[in-house]
Design a protein around this ligand. Structure first.
Ligand code: PLP
Length: 371
């Protein structure tokens, strides 16, 4: 498919999803006008724009995040990709070690074109090849020194999986024992507190640095924060500049992030709870598999025994013709005829009890089997 065909299909899917009255996985996309209205509502008349990362909504957001995570500081970044490179190179400079404990399924290895290596001169020391976060034993047994151990909580490409709280404490201790700093990739840390059974600040207190994202579960526009102590913040601001992240004004992203903290953060625990019901119902569909079961957050993986194209087409047809959205973004895996999607249980799914999910799934599967 050409780039413009893919873009046209993406727009068609977004429009179809926006027109749905019932949505199982994901959220209805808001229009730019709606986003502007939400921002306007969160901006007092006398709020001035930020200036190269200082003042205004950016500063308010940094304070808010530091309070939530219980850290001395938090520094706004345009992307998490940039924020984490800074955190990892800080660990390397402080320890004199260029090795970084990474999971092969972690974001830096999967989705950043190896920026940590190409730009940061760092080397990945793989913690484990198993699709889960590393154990304390694996970290203790690493065969090369690492300046930082990076823990992605939850590990998205393994199915949004989390360790237990005790496992997390143990792995952090193991990292300290080998002289490594601990960095948390907390793109989705907001919703991880439910499974970990600890508030954000207690989780963050385990680490030397924590990155959080504003546009995933919080529905912001973009942006990230790197939280930690004041020395980290000074380093982060210097390297943010060097990496080209000193953006003149970032109040739209900051206001959207503050809106997310006000409106979405308090709802996440409810999504996580409801995800258990949704996953249980979906696991009962013919030939379906769900992982993890029960889900650790409000997101999990679902497999169905059909090719991805068939499932995507059926979902789009259901959305366009009946204004009902089951789940999109199916992709084929290693087993032919078995496709996987990531299910996200958010606001719209709260309106659906088990009975309605069964009905919705039946309508979707009728279209799949008829095709
Ligand atoms: C786990 C994880 N880490 C880091 C990132 C990077 O965030 P950004 O897109 O802001 O660079 C993402 C983004 O999808 C992510 O899912």
């Amino acid at each position: 498919m050409s780039g413009s065909d893919a873009s046209a299909l993406r727009t068609r899917r977004l429009r179809a999803l926006r027109g749905c009255h019932t949505v199982l996985s994901g959220i209805r996309p808001t229009s730019v006008a709606e986003q502007l209205d939400a921002m306007r509502a969160g901006a007092p008349d006398d709020l001035l724009p930020d200036f190269y990362g200082e003042g205004g909504a950016v500063e308010a957001l940094e304070r808010r995040v530091a309070d939530l995570l219980g850290t001395e500081t938090a520094v706004f970044f345009p992307t998490g990709t940039m924020a984490q490179q800074v955190a990892l190179r800080y660990g390397a400079e402080l320890t004199g070690r260029t090795g970084v404990g990474l999971h092969p399924l972690g974001h830096p290895r999967q989705h950043e074109r190896d920026a940590y290596a190409v730009l940061g001169g760092l080397r990945a020391v793989l913690t484990t090849r198993d699709p889960r976060n590393p154990t304390a034993e694996e970290v203790a047994a690493l065969d090369e020194p690492v300046g930082s151990l990076m823990l992605e909580l939850p590990l998205r490409e393994a199915g949004f999986v989390l360790p237990t709280w005790d496992e997390l404490v143990d792995v952090v201790r193991a990292a300290r024992d080998i002289g490594a700093r601990v960095h948390i990739d907390g793109a989705r840390l907001w919703e991880s507190t439910v499974h970990l059974g600890r508030p954000l600040a207690e989780v963050a207190a385990l680490a030397d640095s924590v990155y959080v994202s504003f546009y995933k579960s919080l529905d912001g526009i973009s942006g990230a924060a790197l939280a930690g102590d004041a020395a980290l913040a000074r380093y982060a601001r210097a390297w943010r500049h060097r990496f080209g992240g000193m953006v003149f004004q970032q109040w739209p992203a900051a206001l959207a992030a503050l809106h997310g903290l006000d409106h979405e953060l308090p709802r996440l625990a409810g999504y996580v709870a409801h995800a258990r019901t949704v996953a249980e119902v979906l696991a009962g569909l013919p030939g379906a598999r769900v992982f993890p079961a029960p889900p650790h957050t409000h997101q999990f993986r679902l497999w169905l025994p059909y090719p991805a194209d068939l499932l995507n087409d059926a979902n789009l047809a259901l959305a366009e013709q009946e204004q009902v959205w089951f789940a999109g973004q199916w992709r084929d895996g290693e087993v032919p005829g078995l496709a996987m999607t990531e299910v996200t249980v958010a606001g719209p799914a709260l309106a659906l009890d088990a009975e309605r999910i069964v009905d919705l799934a039946a309508r979707f599967l009728r279209r799949v089997t008829a095709a």
